[in-house]
Ligand binder design. Structure first.
Ligand SMILES: [Zn+2]
Length: 435
């Protein structure tokens, strides 16, 4: 038996193939030695070295490579939100199944955590299950300080919200105007939304197109909210704002009165001046805002103003402080005046017989000042004032307009305001010194 086997073996060696096998065995041995050596090196790696490797860019590259190229059921996407993107649209784009999307969206909607805005980054990890994609996890911000994390937990989603803890800081910034308010304010480091709010507050006092001269100054005292890295995440309210313009200083203080926040000057006078509902005395309202059969055109048309019937020559008043934007013949309106009151409100007066003294484009008018006289010019059947109030470019019903009154604080409110004003002045002086 044994000799038979040996003989067999010898005859095998005698065959010409044996150098080839010997070569294969040699390669195997070399590979084995290299692997053994690598394992030795590997076990020598300290744990913290390994951890730093896990955090390294190299590992991330490997991870990305695994996600992208290996036939793993897991895929990772980083989507930058563009205009019109919704969470639903984004997930559809990455082929997440409809059932999965509906399930998730109804949950995030319930918690009011579905809002995504342009520029935000959404991190999506999906898993392929039987030709459809499931969400494994999602991470996205919904505003500057809040982010949402979604994690799959069997068949339900765990949805959690993280809000950055912010610290409030009061800041005073000022500058001298070189070209325009906006660029000088940006240079001073003031956030755009604060600049817009500042311009609105001063809108009844200052005509930003005409009044501002190089060398005028402004100062804003407001709240910022910073994260732990001292990055401003959002802004709060304006506490005080002042401008030196037209050779005088106007200082305005934030004051809450009857649960309404407003800005008041040093005399306790509100900056917001109301518009008059009826800029004419002794007139009768003859046609109100709304659909009506047009007296000349004969068909139904939206009447976008209010008509006041009055004898020709009846004086018409400026409804509020403002600047004349137009004083000229204008289409069917006949002799026409358009006033700019602030960035929000304009008023228009039509069919005038003549203009008030000195009324022309660019002239500043005060509330109650006579700007023109009733007539019947343009498309009109008889003497009347056609009056329009235009809010943010849209004609609105002046008779239903709810405008804050141009109030002056008195008695107890005035006393409270004085205390608040002094407190603000003291904090302001300290902050100016600190900065
Ligand atoms: Zn009219």
């Amino acid at each position: 038996m044994l000799s038979f086997k040996i003989n067999n073996f010898l005859s095998f060696l005698n065959q010409k193939k044996y150098p080839f096998y010997f070569f294969i065995m040699g390669i195997f041995f070399v590979v084995y030695a290299v692997i053994l050596d690598q394992i030795r090196v590997y076990t020598k790696l300290k744990e913290n070295n390994f951890n730093s490797f896990l955090k390294s860019e190299e590992f991330n590259n490997i991870k990305d490579f695994l996600f992208e190229n290996i036939k793993s059921p897991y895929k990772e996407y980083n989507h930058i939100v563009v205009d019109n993107d919704t969470l639903e649209k984004v997930l559809k784009k990455y082929n997440v199944s409809n059932a999965e999307i509906n399930n998730l969206i109804s949950e995030t909607n319930k918690k009011k955590l579905s809002n995504i805005s342009s520029g935000a980054q959404i991190q999506i990890i999906t898993k392929e299950v039987k030709d459809t994609k499931q969400i494994v996890s999602l991470f996205y911000p919904i505003d500057a300080i809040t982010s949402v994390e979604v994690k799959r937990n069997k068949d339900i989603f765990d949805i959690s919200k993280t809000v950055l803890k912010l610290n409030k800081k009061e800041i005073v910034l000022s500058n001298t105007i070189k070209n325009n308010l906006y660029s000088s304010a940006v240079k001073a480091g003031i956030e755009p939304n604060i600049i817009v709010e500042f311009a609105n507050i001063f809108g009844f006092e200052v005509d930003f197109q005409r009044d501002i001269r190089r060398g005028d100054t402004f100062e804003i005292y407001y709240e910022q909210f910073l994260d732990d890295n001292n990055i401003v995440r959002r802004t709060g309210k304006i506490i005080y704002a002042s401008m030196f313009v037209n050779n005088k200083e106007i200082s305005l203080y934030n004051f809450k009165h009857n649960n309404e926040t407003g800005f008041y000057d040093v005399d306790g006078k509100s900056v917001i001046k109301t518009l008059m509902k009826t800029p004419i005395n002794g007139a009768r309202l003859s046609s109100s805002f709304g659909m009506r059969k047009h007296p000349i055109l004969g068909f139904n048309k939206l009447h976008q103003g209010t008509d006041f019937a009055a004898p020709t020559g009846t004086p018409i008043m400026a409804s509020g402080n403002g600047v004349v934007a137009m004083a000229q013949k204008y289409k069917g309106y006949g002799n026409y005046i358009l006033l700019n009151h602030n960035s929000t409100f304009k008023t228009a007066y039509a069919h005038l017989s003549k203009y008030g003294r000195g009324i022309r484009k660019g002239v500043r008018v005060a509330q109650g000042q006579i700007i023109g006289y009733v007539g019947s010019t343009g498309m009109s059947t008889g003497p009347h004032l056609h009056y329009e109030v235009i809010k943010n470019g849209k004609k609105i019903n002046s008779q239903r307009l709810k405008l804050p009154t141009g109030k002056i604080l008195s008695n107890e409110a005035r006393n409270k305001f004085e205390v608040e004003r002094i407190k603000i002045d003291v904090r302001l002086a300290k902050l100016r010194k600190d900065s």
